[in-house]
Design a binder for this molecule. Structure first.
Ligand code: PGD
Length: 772
């Protein structure tokens, strides 16, 4: 018997894989990680799960009828083919599309998190490959924080320079007296960092802050958005009403003269414009706590009391990404900055604002001076792009114009969609609409390790290796550990590395050398490491040789600035260290945004009523507000087949949490299967009745693989519990066009019919065709 411990990494943590006789039998968290993620529990049984794609597959209809728009995607059988056949057919199709329609007809945005390694980063591999062919239409920003990442540069300047350098957790732990958490700080989200994290310190910092006497206020419809041990005061807000509460806090500060006028004058622009709105001078509506109570169901007295406490203590106001993944998502992050500016504590240890402490694990972990290695992607000569969440709009309406951040853009005419390392049937909204959009394509190509719903809707499906089946380097800009992600097991069946697939395709298309630069996997890893090593050396650091690094597995680097305070230098001297905004100051009023004349994103933070919330007329028909947030038991839709994710299901369905009063009114008990529905679609889910969810709110996380009752019908019920059959597909506003998938209105009823089986992990139907 052979036994080995192999260093490796994932977006949810570094680990060692225990390998016995060529099989991964256990995962052991990195020994220095104080709080390893339970998501590690999804890895072992996923590696060899039946839902893995075993060999290249081509949709029968595409083989028989050739490329072209087709509504039968997702319902037709696949034909298993050899690698040479797959490469030859796909190379021919790529040549046809590039020659006949040009590079601007290929959508290669390929949004998705794929896996943690820097070399086998699926999206980078795809972009590098498509750039060798002449480029592609790209995507910008993210589904995560699209609204924030567009509005914040107008308000405080570059995200990279400022927000990614959030005040360090260790500073908050020592200095913050009052944490006011809009959307909480859910520990489940802090487990995940793009690129991985060798340590998960958030829980310990929160615990120590609490032990020191810090107080916590949770503004959220979900009580467990903060861990119980911080004993938070829970303000169980109406979803979508946070900006109203923030405005009322601001109103109280002004009414009671608790705001820091000197700070507003020295460090901000546009206070007077905003103040006139706040007090109702411009619209006749003072944003008082009584006004906010009607919208938010938070008592006016609680809002007033909180405003006074905030002014009296060293206060951190945190807003999570979830609050900007909604209609008008630009407003909450902007208003949080404004509120923090009114308190005058921005740039002080433990005070000011935070954005995303509870959204991703790297926030509050100081960046290393030298970022980890990255794969060069080459140059993309195509200038057409979309903000990622506008993908269905683009595919449905070529030639139509749309607004984005002060520009008027035109949707290109896409013929071929290439996806590598993402799952739009997980991340996109209104899946019936997405299917209509995909049906217009001539060809869809997907690389994935699993038969995800996106793979099932493709024409050419190529099996990728998973982590642990290849060698890579793991690291992230805010983590001080570089990891030799060594291959632990052989690739499953005929799976190949994305790099190898693109190498062969590039070879067939005559650009092989350009793509590989003459390197194989090992040579690339050495090259990327040496390039990184010389950057570290230029900065005065010393690192071991590649061979030593590879042998050691985990390379701990010098500590980053553990005392980082956001905007400290700006506070010390705003003239010497101005912000990257037009004024160099915090823009409470942005003349730039105002100049865009967007009705859905005016020049200062504003309460804008959502179309779908409990205050809308639609709530008469669909009286429950669904929160479709990120899941606890997996990262997005990844490894949904894994043991930890499976252990969370109820009768095989994704759990939906609802309040006892709402459950009782509908005759629903924990363990029942329910149907969740609205005008756009319906799904089954498994009920969990709990007072941790406020009344008239239900919570169904994303990530259960879409499983339509009838795969030929885009409007079919999903029997597994994917909430994106229910969510709407509208941008946050004309400014950012971000994802607004977090909220929608629904009704829930007990499912009384025969329970359809979950077939999400079964193989699609296959048609053997010898000789291919
Ligand atoms: P994942 O499930 O991570 O979701 O959306 P994203 O598409 O990133 O998909 C990654 C896919 O890559 C998986 O299918 C995995 O198997 C595959 N993969 C992993 N490694 C490799 C590899 O090496 N090669 C290849 N070829 N494939 C690989 C996430 C997105 O969803 C995000 S970031 C957010 S924050 C959004 N959140 C919400 C939300 O709050 N509410 C709703 N309703 N919808 C959301 N969608 C968004």
């Amino acid at each position: 018997m052979t036994r080995a411990l192999v260093p490796h990494s994932s977006h949810w943590g570094a680990f060692e894989a225990e390998v016995t006789d060529g099989t991964v039998v256990a995962i052991h968290p990195y020994r220095h990680d104080p709080d390893p993620s339970p998501l590690l529990g999804n890895i072992v049984d996923s590696l060899r799960h039946r839902a893995r794609i075993t060999q290249p597959m081509i949709r029968a209809g595409w083989l028989d009828r050739g490329p072209g728009p087709d509504t039968r995607r997702g319902a037709e059988p696949f034909v298993p083919v050899s690698w040479p056949t797959a490469i030859e057919r796909l190379a021919r199709e790529l040549r046809r599309v590039y020659e006949r329609h040009g590079a601007a007809s290929v959508y290669g945005g390929s949004y998705g998190w794929s896996s943690a390694g820097r070399f086998h980063h699926a999206q980078s591999q795809l972009h590098r490959f498509l750039n060798c062919l002449g480029g592609y239409v790209s995507g910008e920003h993210t589904y995560s924080n699209g609204a924030q990442s567009v509005v914040m540069p107008h308000v405080v300047g570059s995200m990279r320079e400022f927000l990614d350098r959030a005040t360090a957790w260790s500073v908050l732990e020592r200095h913050t007296e009052l944490f006011v958490c809009f959307g909480g700080i859910p520990i489940k989200n802090t487990m995940v960092s793009p690129g991985g994290a060798s340590r998960h310190p958030a829980r310990d910092h929160l615990r120590r802050a609490r032990e020191r006497g810090a107080e916590f206020v949770l503004v959220s419809p979900l009580r467990d958005d903060l861990p119980g041990f911080v004993s938070a005061e829970w303000l169980a807000i109406t979803p979508g009403a946070d900006v109203a509460v923030m405005l009322a806090l601001a109103h109280t500060l002004v009414a009671e003269r608790l705001h820091d006028r000197a700070f507003l004058e020295r460090y901000c622009v546009g206070w007077e414009r905003f103040e006139a709105y706040l007090l109702g001078t411009t619209d006749g509506c003072p944003k008082t706590p009584e006004w906010a109570e009607r919208l938010s169901e938070i008592p006016a007295a609680s809002i007033r009391a909180l405003a006074r406490r905030m002014a009296a203590k060293r206060t951190l106001i945190n807003v999570n990404y979830s609050l900007q993944r909604v209609e008008h998502g630009e407003q909450a992050p902007w208003m949080v900055v404004t509120l923090a500016a009114m308190l005058g504590q921005i740039g002080l240890p433990g005070g000011g604002f935070g954005q995303g402490y509870g959204s991703l694990g790297y926030i509050g972990r100081a960046p290393s001076r030298i970022g980890p290695p990255t794969l060069p992607q080459g140059r993309n000569p195509v200038t057409d792009f979309i903000p990622f969440p506008r993908v269905a709009d683009m595919l449905l309406a070529p030639g139509e114009t749309f607004d984005f951040n002060g520009r008027r853009l035109t949707y290109p005419d896409i013929r071929l969609v290439y996806w590598c390392g993402g799952n739009p049937f997980h991340h996109h909204q209104d899946l019936a609409r997405l299917q209509r959009a995909l049906a217009r394509m001539e060809t869809i190509v997907v690389h994935d390790s699993f038969w995800t719903p996106m793979a099932r809707h493709a024409d050419v499906v190529l099996p990728s290796t998973m982590m642990l089946e290849r060698n890579d380097i793991g690291g992230s800009p805010n983590d001080g550990c570089l990891i030799a992600m060594r291959q632990a097991v052989e690739p499953w069946a005929q799976a190949r590395n994305d790099f190898s697939i693109f190498r062969d395709l590039a070879g067939a298309l005559g650009v092989g050398d350009r793509f590989t630069e003459g390197r194989d996997e090992r040579a690339w890893l050495r090259h990327l490491y040496e390039e990184w090593r010389s950057r570290v050396a230029d900065d005065g650091g010393a690192t071991p040789s590649f061979d030593e690094f590879w042998e050691t597995g985990f390379l701990e680097m010098e500590g980053a600035d553990a005392d980082l305070v956001l905007l400290e230098r700006f506070r010390a001297d705003p003239d010497k260290a101005p912000l990257g905004t037009p004024s160099g100051r915090i823009e409470i009023f942005s003349a730039t945004i105002d100049g865009f004349k967007y009705d859905d994103c005016p020049g200062h933070p504003t309460w804008l009523e959502p179309m779908e919330w409990l205050g809308a007329p639609l709530a008469q028909r669909f009286p429950l507000h669904l929160i479709a947030n990120n899941p606890t038991a997996r990262l997005h839709s990844q490894l949904d087949v894994g043991a930890f994710s499976q252990s969370s299901k109820v009768q095989g369905r994704e759990p939906i949490r609802l309040h006892p009063a709402d459950a009782a009114a509908r005759g629903i008990r924990s363990g029942d299967v329910v149907r969740v529905f609205n005008e756009r679609g319906s799904c089954l889910a498994g009920a969990v009745v709990t007072p941790a969810v406020r009344p008239r709110v239900v919570q169904l996380s994303t990530g259960a693989w879409y499983d339509p009752l009838d795969p030929a019908d885009p409007n079919a019920m999903c029997v597994h519990g994917n909430p994106n059959v229910l969510t709407f597909d509208r941008g946050t506003s004309k400014l950012a066009q971000g994802c607004s998938g977090q909220h929608t209105l629904v009704e829930v009823e007990r499912w009384k019919g025969l329970l359809p089986p979950v077939r999400a992990y079964d193989l699609p139907s296959m048609e053997e065709r010898p000789g291919l």
